[in-house]
Structure formats: C-alpha cells, structure tokens
Design a protein around this ligand. Structure first.
Ligand SMILES: Cc1ncc(COP(=O)(O)O)c(C=O)c1O
Length: 389
C-alpha cells in the first residue's frame, strides 16, 4: 500500500507543502481572493494581456465563428486554418522553416524529445532548466546529463567525453526561476564545435525580450542572439502573449517528424480554434505596440533602482523575473504570507523547483504595474525581509 498521508506529512514537516491561491477575479495587476484585492506580482502576465479587452472580444467573436472545442486531435480533424495561419506567422517572425502549434509549453518540450529521442541520443541540460525540459528527457529513452548552471566549461568537459554520440544541448533562454539569460553566442559555438544540436526554450522571452528593433520581441530576435545556430526553439502563449498553448520552431524535417511521431501531439485534442485566432491577434498587438515591452522594461529598471536605494539584496537579472535568495523553505513561505497580509502577492520558490538551500522569493513585473504599486512592493519587502533575515 502507498501511504499517501505519510507522503503529505513529510512534505509539511520539511516546509515543502504547496497550496494553491484561490482567485476569484481575472488575471491582472490587481486580483481578488475572497473579495480582498491584491497587487499581483506572482504571474507571468508580462504584457498584461491576459485580461485585454481587444483580445477578449477576439475570443468571443472567434468562438461565435469556430465554436468552443476542437473536438479531436490535429491528425484527425482538430487542425483548422487558424492553427496553420499561426504556425506560418510565427515561422516568418522568427525566421524558421516550420512551426508546430501544440497544447502547452510543457507538452512542447516533452513532445519534442518524444518524437526524436532514442537511446543513442545524449541530452545535455543546464541544472536549472525548467521541469518540463528535464522531464522531457527523463520520460524518454535518451541519456540525460546535467551540467552546472550556466557553467559552459562544465558543459564542454562533459560533451568531450562523448565524442562519437549524437548530442543535444537543451536549455532555457531566460531561466524561469532566476531571470538570468544564457550566453547564446557561446552555446552556439560550443554546439558547433562539438557536433551537437542546440534546443532552446524561450518561454520567458517570447513576446517580451527587449531590443529587437522592428522584429518581434523574443530572444531569437535580440541582437545578442543574431546569427546563433538554433536547431529547435520553443515559445509559449500562456505568459507574455496572454492566451494559452505553445509552439516548436525548427526545420521542415524536424516539424514533420513531430507530426509523425510526437505522441502528446498526435494523441491529444488540438487547441481550440478561437483561442488560436486570439493568439494571432495578441501577436499583432505586441508587434504593433512596442510601448508594451518598453513599459515593462521601465518597470524593471524602476524596481531595481528602488531595491538598490533601499539596500535590499536581489539576484542579478535584467528581465521581468526578479529574485531574492532566502535559503530556507519555511522562512520563504513565511515572508510571502506576511507580504500577502499587506495585499501584495509574490511567489515563494522552494526545492525541488530550485536546489536545496536556494529557496527564494520571486517577483514578476509586468507592463501593467504602476510606479505606486512597485513602491508598495518595495516598502513591504524592506519591512518584512529586513525583519525575517
Ligand atoms: C521555461 C519554461 N518552459 C515551459 C513552461 C511550460 O509552459 P506552459 O505553461 O505553457 O505549459 C514553463 C512554464 O512555466 C517554463 O517556464
């Protein structure tokens, strides 16, 4: 017999028991829980589009035209002209041959390795990669080797041990738990030097990366990434885009192989067409309104200036994900609870999401936050963290 209660009690004793917030409003900069209002710094709604009026109208109009569910998997009859339109649009924006729209970022990673993986392939992963990337290897027959976080010497050392094998380097572009960005030039060179493919997951960069000139904002289009050889690129719609779903971009052959062999794609109902059409609309909004991304980066700059002024020690990050390492799961939860009492939501990130003793507070900024809301957050952080550590 499996003792479920014992497993739960053990999590509680270690301070690792998780509880869901119960929102009774839409996702926005202000949310309500039990009719009480909170300033929300605990979402990936980076461009504040999840409750956007134009997008809500698009969803409603497209639902009138295309109905609600897609009712079957893409290979049966769930694939609509809107899915194809979105795939072609993203391929063009990102300069990849082909794109496959899938049901979520988690399934994008799992489905990608599921389609191509076999026991002769070795996947080299950063130790801080998102769970969906790590699971994608664990759930398949590939060999998984993890290198120390952002430690490219360690990666090269490990790659060199497997000269004759088929190799893939697989990494977040913007690390979901720290906000750090990979060194793509270096990774791209390492992958070429070692005859490895390079797969990147840009869940926290797609729609939101800065300095893309007239290109669509995403890590692929930022100056630093220009010219980098990327063999597979994953983006998600549930974060900056404000809708739901994800995609994989790559060569015609890679995407075709996914259509043929990726079980999560073949054996799951396709995304609703109206939602896909709304994702197209959201991409159009982001492309035509650079002020959205600019406002987010103004907020990031403002937050960093205020924490510095108030002597709060944050980890280095130039993205919307800002963190403070606390190093103990019980303290980190206690801090977030106290901040919640001040009507502010932030996220406690604990093991196993981060390594043991690296428990941290994560603040996610969005373009919708006002200066006043950011000031309230920093005042609360100063008061509560100052007293806790
Ligand atoms: C890097 C990364 N990849 C994939 C995902 C999963 O995306 P989705 O929420 O669309 O399943 C996340 C979600 O947090 C993520 O941070």
């Amino acid at each position: 017999m499996i003792d479920f209660q014992k497993k739960l009690s053990s999590l509680k004793e270690k301070g690792l028991y998780r509880q869901r917030l119960l929102l009774d409003s839409a996702q926005d900069t202000i949310v309500t829980i039990n009719k009480i209002k909170y300033i929300n710094f605990a979402s990936n709604n980076y461009l504040n589009l999840a409750n956007n009026k134009k997008l809500k109208k698009s969803l409603s109009d497209n639902t009138s035209e295309f109905g609600i569910g897609s009712s079957s998997s893409p290979l049966i009859s769930g694939y609509n002209k809107k899915h194809m339109q979105l795939e072609k649009k993203i391929a063009k924006l990102l300069r990849f041959e082909s794109v496959l729209v899938v049901n979520s970022g988690y399934l994008a990673n799992v489905g990608l390795i599921n389609a191509i993986g076999d026991k002769d392939i070795i996947v080299f992963q950063d130790k801080l990669n998102h769970s969906s990337i790590i699971e994608s290897s664990r759930l398949s027959s590939v060999k998984l080797i993890r290198y120390n976080h952002l430690d490219y010497h360690d990666l090269e050392k490990k790659l060199k041990k497997y000269k004759k094998s088929t190799k893939i380097i697989y990494t977040d572009t913007v690390f979901s738990m720290t906000g750090e960005i990979i060194d793509i030039k270096r990774l791209s060179k390492i992958s070429e030097d070692n005859n490895a493919l390079l797969f990147v997951d840009d869940a926290h960069g797609f729609g939101v990366a800065q300095n893309c000139n007239n290109d669509f904002p995403c890590s692929r289009n930022i100056k630093k990434f220009k010219g980098a050889k990327i063999d597979a690129y994953i983006g998600t719609f549930g974060k900056a885009i404000g809708t739901f779903g994800a995609f994989i971009a790559g060569s015609n052959e890679l995407i075709n192989l996914m259509v043929q062999k990726s079980r999560p794609y073949i054996y799951s109902t396709a995304l609703p067409t109206a939602l896909v059409a709304t994702t197209i609309e959201s991409i159009n909004i982001i492309k035509s309104k650079p002020s959205l991304v600019n406002k987010l980066y103004e907020n990031i700059k403002y937050f960093k200036k205020l924490v510095k002024f108030n002597n709060i020690k944050i980890n280095e990050s130039n993205t919307a994900i800002q963190t403070i390492t606390i190093g103990d799961p019980i303290t980190v939860v206690d801090i977030c609870k106290k901040i919640k009492k001040e009507n502010i939501l932030i996220q406690a990130i604990r093991y196993p999401t981060v390594p043991i003793n690296n428990d941290l507070i994560r603040v996610n900024l969005t373009s919708g936050h006002t200066k006043k809301q950011i000031q309230s957050l920093v005042q609360s952080l100063k008061k509560i963290i100052g007293a806790a550590i």
